[in-house]
Structures are given as structure tokens and as C-alpha cells.
Ligand binder design. Structure first.
Ligand code: FAD
Ligand code: MLT
Ligand code: ZN
Length: 451
């Protein structure tokens, strides 16, 4: 029997092969990366996941795990002929025991957070993609987000997981003992492995007490260096949950997209500082800037109204065209100089490209989004030139070419530049140990022929 027929015989699994039905699984969120899956398998149980993987292994067909398909480095975009293994059907959430809960890989971050909020808790991972991004995807990418400074990245939130290997064998580390020094930490290896080592089916997630009423402050600094200089003061304030930034021009873009005039000047750099509670912080912050450069969002509606100038940037960028997305990090003391060097490097390659910059200030994380000033998209050759120009600058400043989105297929040429040949060789050996046939997400992290 052919693979399509074999997969259709698996219990608790639906299979899509019609071109229209698979189309949504073949393209990434930005529209830049496209693939050509042969089939999409949608299992609803761990047994069905194992059966799909075993069948693909027997047929020698590559498998691309996919959650919400919100990743920004083409990690879930299937090469031609691959099977997309969509995990969204694994959507059960268990009970809270000892402050953790086990959720199916397909549970969205929004669903996990509303489950937690109903119990006075938070999952501590806040992404603007949370309505679609899944806990499996968050684990596989070690996702970050706005509240990393308070709750850490996904790695800090995950207490255990269950996964299926490429031959169909199940690895169960859902509930490891709180203290357990027995050998290598296999859970930790799978976090951030981008679907190249195993398919995650369940994640045991740590929940924390939810913050009280939140207050967000937007601070419109006249320059990036003044914004960076304020970081130590803001970081020292009690109850800080998030510290984000946007170029004034990026805020102006969001304001135009939403048809909602910005409440503060957009000449420099905005900082968004969110607090648990109403900050005594407000007094301290008043000393940093004049009143007409500070806005306060207190109460749920005002908070969302102010946050949208940061949270909806990705949406505003996508509405303007197909972006080239870079996600870099630099030491905070180099932040202002690195940002200026990045802007100059882009202009030197092409004056026809507009950089839109924003990100996570607390971690020195810059999202560098590049848009064609005219037309829908930047041609691919130019995109690579721009990418090189920006990433070379980042390396010069001692930074990272991928702070939170991962390597995927989009950044694999830069992995060895960042980590060195020796570490990449070790990563390849790990890949071979977990996935000897090389059928799991080929082309992610490493060139296919290099695996
Ligand atoms: P997918 O996009 O489906 O997959 C991502 C990668 O994980 C792929 O390599 C895939 O093969 C693998 N994968 C997915 N599920 C599994 C599984 N169950 N087992 C094994 N491998 C799997 N990221 C951040 O870190 N911080 C942010 O603040 C942030 N904000 C975003 C805002 C927007 C508007 C958008 C569109 C994206 C944002 N992202 C952010 C990126 C993205 O949302 C995260 O990387 C998220 O964790 C991806 O989850 P997903 O379920 O969509 O995974
Ligand atoms: C964000 O912080 O908003 C995201 O990582 C999304 C993006 O980079 O566009
Ligand atoms: Zn981000």
C-alpha cells in the first residue's frame, strides 16, 4: 500500500492530500517561505503520532512537525514530498498538580494561559502569536516573548515532556521527579531542537501565581541611547514584568496600520515597561522624562490600548509587504551603537529598503524587519545581501544571529559562524543519535546533505 493509504488506516488520525487543503500548511506566517508537502497527517493521540512516524520511517519519507505554524525561520515549512505532521489535534489539558500541568503539544499558549488564569495562575509565556502558537512549538523553539525577564524562556517553564522518536518509539519524561540526576537530561535536549530530534506530544508546564492588576508605562525617549541608559533604573523597580522597545518609526507604522494616532512623540525610541500592580514606579519614571513623553495604561482596556503599539508591530509589518525578518541580540552596552550600525549597513546595501526595528529591551534583543519601500517584497538575492550585512555587524558587536526565533531553514548558513565548526559537528552527531535516518525535519539547522 502507498503511504497515503497506510496513513489513512491509522486510528485517530486524519489525512489531507488535496492541494487546497494542504496549502495553508505549506507557507509560513510571513508568506516568504513556501514548501510542497505531499500529505498532511493530523493525529489526535500519541499512539497515532507514533504510527505516523513509524509508517514514514518505513517509507523513507521525511516528516516536518508543525504546531501553529507561527515560527519565523521557516522551520515548519515542508520540503517537497515531505509529510507535515500537524500536532494541533493533541489539545487536551490535564489537572494542576504541585504547580504543574501536562498539556497536549497542540494546546495553544492562549488556551494554556486562560486555563491558568481561571485558577489564579499564569503560564508565564506571552507571545503576540499566542492564539495560534502551541506549547509543542514553544518547547521546540524555546520561545521567549515579553515576560522573559520575569518568567524565563520556555526552557524555564518546562518541567517534563513526552516525545516520539523518528522510528515511532515513545520517550516518556512527562513527570520526572523534582530532583533526578540520573544521566543525560533528554527533556532539555529537546527544548529548542526545532523538530529535528523528536516529535513532542505533551509538555508539563510550570504555572506561577498570576500577577495582580497590571500597569504598562510607555516612555517616548528622544533617542535610543537615552532609552538604554534608563534600563538599569527601570530594572530596579519592583514588580517589573516586561521591558520592551520600538523605534519611534515602528510605532508610527503601527499607529497608521491601526488608524490610532500615537499618544506620544514618535521621534526617538519608545520603551514599554509593564508592572505587576500600580507602580510606585510611576514617581521614579516621572523623573526620567517630561510628562508629555509618558503614557500610562492602567486597567485591562487602557493597558491593551497602549501595548498594541508594540504587540501589533509584526501584524503591521506583514500588512505592508513580505518582510525579511532578522532576530538578533547584542550586549546591552552595545545596543545603541549596534542598532545604528545595523541601520547604516542596510542603507549602504540598498536605500530602497526600510528597516523596522523593535524587540525585547531587557535581553538586548532587536527584531530587524526589512521591507521594500516600493513593491510587495525584497528580491531574494538582495535579501541575502542585506542579511549578511546585518548579521556581520551583529557578530562584530559580540551578539547572536538568532536571539529567540531559532535557526530553522532561514538562518542555517549562519549557525557555524555563531557556534563554530566544532560545536556544529557535535550537534550533527547528536542529530544522528536521535534520528539516525535523518527523516525528521531535514534542512532545519543543517543543510540536508550535511546532516
Ligand atoms: P511552528 O511554527 O508550527 O513550528 C516551529 C518549529 O517547531 C518548527 O521547526 C517545527 O518543526 C517545530 N515544532 C512545532 N511543534 C513541534 C512539536 N510538537 N514537536 C517537535 N517540533 C515541533 N517567538 C518568540 O520566541 N517570542 C516572541 O515574542 C514571538 N512573537 C511572535 C509574534 C508573532 C505575531 C508571530 C507570528 C510569531 C512570534 N514568535 C515569537 C515566533 C513563534 O510564535 C514561536 O516560535 C512559537 O513558539 C512557534 O510555535 P508554533 O506552534 O507556531 O510552532
Ligand atoms: C515579537 O517580539 O513581537 C516577535 O518576536 C515577532 C517578530 O519578531 O515579528
Ligand atoms: Zn520577539
Amino acid at each position: 500500500m502507498d503511504l497515503d493509504g497506510t496513513l489513512r488506516e491509522i486510528a485517530d488520525c486524519s489525512v489531507l492530500s488535496d492541494a487546497d487543503a494542504v496549502a495553508g500548511y505549506a507557507v509560513d506566517w510571513t508568506g516568504r517561505w513556501r514548501g510542497g508537502p505531499a500529505l498532511v497527517a493530523r493525529p489526535r493521540t500519541v499512539e497515532a503520532v507514533a504510527a505516523v512516524l513509524a509508517a514514514c520511517a518505513r517509507a523513507g519519507v521525511p516528516v516536518v512537525p508543525q504546531g501553529g505554524n507561527t515560527g519565523l525561520v521557516a522551520g515548519s515549512v515542508p520540503p517537497a514530498g515531505a509529510v507535515v505532521l500537524s500536532l494541533t489535534g493533541l489539545d487536551a489539558i490535564g489537572s494542576v498538580v504541585d504547580g504543574v500541568v501536562t498539556a497536549g503539544a497542540g494546546v495553544t499558549l492562549a488556551a494554556l494561559e486562560s486555563f491558568a488564569a481561571a485558577r489564579g495562575l499564569t503560564c508565564g509565556l506571552s507571545l503576540a502569536s499566542g492564539e495560534s502558537a502551541t506549547v509543542g512549538g514553544a518547547a521546540a523553539t524555546n520561545a521567549g516573548g515579553a515576560e522573559v525577564l520575569r518568567y524565563g524562556t520556555a526552557r524555564a517553564r518546562i518541567a517534563g515532556l513526552r516525545a516520539v522518536l523518528s522510528d515511532g518509539a515513545v520517550l516518556d519524561r512527562c513527570r520526572p521527579p523534582a530532583k533526578d540526576n540520573t544521566g543525560y537530561d533528554l527533556v532539555d535536549q529537546l527544548i529548542g531542537s526545532e523538530g529535528t530530534l523528536a516529535v513532542i506530544t505533551d509538555v508539563t508546564w510550570r504555572l506561577d501565581p498570576a500577577p495582580g492588576e497590571r500597569t504598562v508605562l510607555a516612555l517616548a525617549f528622544p533617542s535610543v541611547s537615552e532609552a538604554v541608559a534608563a534600563v538599569p533604573v527601570l530594572r530596579g523597580l519592583p514588580g517589573l514584568l516586561a521591558l520592551e522597545w520600538s523605534d519611534g518609526a515602528a510605532v508610527a507604522r503601527v499607529a497608521a496600520h491601526l488608524d490610532a494616532p500615537a499618544p506620544l512623540p514618535t521621534d526617538g525610541c519608545w520603551v514599554f515597561a509593564e508592572f505587576d500592580g500600580a507602580p510606585e514606579a510611576a514617581g521614579v519614571v516621572a523623573g526620567l522624562l517630561p510628562d508629555d513623553r509618558i503614557a500610562v495604561g492602567a486597567g485591562p482596556e487602557d493597558r491593551v490600548r497602549l501595548w498594541r503599539y508594540r504587540a501589533r508591530t509584526t501584524e503591521a509589518v506583514n500588512a505592508a509587504g513580505v518582510p525579511v525578518k532578522l532576530d538578533v541580540g547584542v550586549p546591552l552596552e552595545e545596543f545603541a551603537a549596534a542598532r545604528a550600525a545595523i541601520v547604516d549597513a542596510v542603507a549602504a546595501v540598498s536605500p530602497d529598503v526600510e528597516p523596522v526595528l523593535f524587540g525585547h529591551l531587557a535581553e538586548g534583543n532587536l527584531h530587524v524587519n526589512l521591507l521594500a519601500r516600493a513593491g510587495d517584497r525584497i528580491p531574494e538575492g538582495l535579501a541575502e545581501e542585506l542579511e549578511s550585512a546585518v548579521l556581520e555587524q551583529v557578530l562584530t558587536f559580540g551578539g547572536t544571529v538568532s536571539a529567540e526565533h531559532g535557526i530553522g531553514r532561514a538562518k542555517r548558513a549562519w549557525l557555524a559562524r555563531q557556534r563554530g565548526d566544532g560545536q556544529v559537528a557535535l550537534m550533527r552527531r547528536l542529530k544522528s543519535a536521535w534520528d539516525p535516518s535523518g527523516l525528521l525535519n531535514p534542512g532545519v539547522l543543517f543543510e540536508r546533505e550535511d546532516r
